[in-house]
Design a protein around this ligand. Structure first.
Ligand code: NAD
Length: 473
């Protein structure tokens, strides 16, 4: 393992200025590695390398940049088993889920960006002007821990496809997978300085945002940090892309058949418990016709019982721990105050599992909220906690769904699909699944309202790293 190392300008260097950060396995609470805590000096070296690499990288024909991205995708595919095991030990995601999502999505991100870069309109005629799409320059990328390599791969692959160079500061909770990506990029022959990785904490992140040679910042993480990063970036000013939190609603319309209702509940519980609820798009508010509340609660309890908690390396485990002691305490505090605020605890709760003596495990929890105004219906919990709410017909369901500062994701289930689409169009969210529509890794992804702005993935994700230039002739 590359303890305390930083990848700058195609070389592995030691961070000499600050003590390292222990990386813990949330299932065992044991230390699995020590990451560098990048200093402002380390960030400066990385940004200068990215700036020096920019002219040559941005001038490369797009097909050549795409070839590098494909080679990185192929390298990650070869290391897929290592990536899955590493992220399971850093984050606690059950191994079977890690193999599919944590290790699978980054491969797709690099391959998709390679293909879609060739579809960008790099120049168009507008009257007497030639309007070209130009890379933004040096990107500072700051990422969270929940889908750590996918979040890095979405940014790196799109920025590099656009012709930008990049410095990544991964989350201090799951930084080791980012170093594995640097190894793969190195083996793929990526020119030095195009991709630089500086592990660290908020000190490292703020140094990156404030660096004068960073042209734009791409951030995924919490609303609080997004606000701080926006403030720092505004001083320059420089462009920011923000992918923040969510409190996404799943609406069950009144016309659902028993069969479709079963599918809808299965899908919602799966979404809510995926990665122990630590998914920004998790469906965490289930909005159901008032007369269906009691039978729905009963079904939710049965479904939640089908998620055995245990060692995430065990292929039978469906629920791993949450990522850290701090996250564990936060999730339990949310559950406790929900009950104090009048919510009814219908499944789970704050008690530890008797069979798990170590690790930050939280029981799959369902609460019936008195209405949408209570904190458990408004705050992002980021744990395996579902809030059920009653609606009194479609306009009320839409009102409740929109009664949130967030607008990242959502779902609508109805017997009439076209009508469900019409309802979905009235919800202010960037991403809504109709009757179980599956995740599409080339559709634009991002939020409305306080869930942020800018889009990642697919062609739209590459365009986020471009700006126009007009040449009059
Ligand atoms: P976080 O905001 O605590 O940290 C995210 C990153 O920001 C980390 O790398 C951290 O070191 C860095 N950071 C913290 N303070 C900083 C500062 N002042 N300046 C610069 N960098 C700073 O978030 P987290 O706990 O890692 O992740 C969970 C959050 O991320 C949740 O709110 C979740 O909804 C959100 N998220 C959003 C998406 C999305 O695409 N919309 C995806 C995943 C996670």
């Amino acid at each position: 393992m590359r303890d305390r190392l930083i990848y700058i300008n195609g070389r592995w260097v030691d961070s000499r200025h600050r003590a390292g950060i222990d990386v813990l396995n949330p299932a065992t609470e044991g230390v699995i590695g020590v990451a560098a805590a990048g200093s402002a000096g380390d960030v400066d070296g990385a940004v200068r390398a990215a700036s020096a690499a920019f002219p040559a990288w941005s001038a490369l024909p797009v097909a050549e940049r795409a070839n590098y991205l494909r080679a990185i995708g192929d390298g990650l595919e070869r290391r897929r088993a290592d990536v899955a095991a590493l992220i399971t030990s850093e984050v606690g995601t059950p191994l079977t889920v890690s193999q599919r999502i944590q290790a699978g999505l980054p491969v797709a991100d690099f391959r998709n960006s390679a293909d879609l870069a060739l579809e960008i309109e790099w120049a168009v005629e507008v009257g007497n002007s030639l309007v070209s799409a130009e890379p933004l320059g040096v990107i500072g990328a700051i990422t969270p821990w929940n889908y750590p390599l996918h979040q890095i791969a979405a940014k790196v692959s799109a920025a590099l496809a656009a012709g930008c160079t990049i410095v990544v500061k991964p989350s201090e909770l799951a930084p080791l997978n980012a170093l594995l990506l640097a190894e793969v990029a190195d083996e793929a022959g990526l020119p030095p300085g195009v991709l630089n990785i500086v592990p660290g904490d908020r000190v490292t992140g703020e140094a990156l945002v404030e660096h004068e040679l960073v042209d734009a910042v791409s951030f995924t993480g919490s609303l609080v940090t997004g606000r701080r990063i926006s403030e720092l970036a505004a001083r320059a000013p420089k462009r920011v892309l923000l992918e923040l939190g969510g409190k996404s609603a799943c609406i069950l319309l009144n016309d659902l058949s028993a069969d479709t209702e079963r599918q809808a509940l299965d899908d919602t519980v799966k979404s809510c418990l995926l990665n122990s609820g630590q998914t920004c798009t998790a469906l965490t508010r289930l909005i159901v016709p008032r007369e269906r509340v009691e039978p729905v609660l009963e079904s939710v309890c049965t479904l939640m019982d089908r998620y055995p908690a245990g060692d995430p390396m065990d292929p039978d485990t469906k629920l791993g721990p949450v990522v850290s002691r701090e996250q564990y305490d936060t999730v339990l505090a949310h559950i406790e105050s929900a009950v104090d605020d009048g919510a009814r605890l219908v499944h789970g709760g704050v008690e530890r599992f008797a069979h798990l003596t170590h690790g930050y495990y939280v029981r799959p929890t369902a609460l019936l909220a008195p209405d949408n105004s209570v904190p458990i219906a408004q705050d992002e919990v980021f744990g395996p906690v579902l809030t059920v709410l009653a609606h009194d017909g479609e306009p009320d369901a839409v009102r409740i769904a929109n009664d949130s500062v967030y607008g990242l994701s959502g779902a609508v289930w109805g017997e009439d699909r076209d009508h469900a689409v019409a309802v979905a169009r009235r919800i202010r969210s960037g991403h809504i699944d109709i009757c179980g529509g599956r995740f599409n890794p080339i559709a634009p992804f991002g939020g409305m309202k306080r869930s942020g702005f800018g889009r990642e993935l697919g062609r739209h994700g590459i365009e986020e790293y471009l700006q126009t230039k007009s040449l009059q002739r």
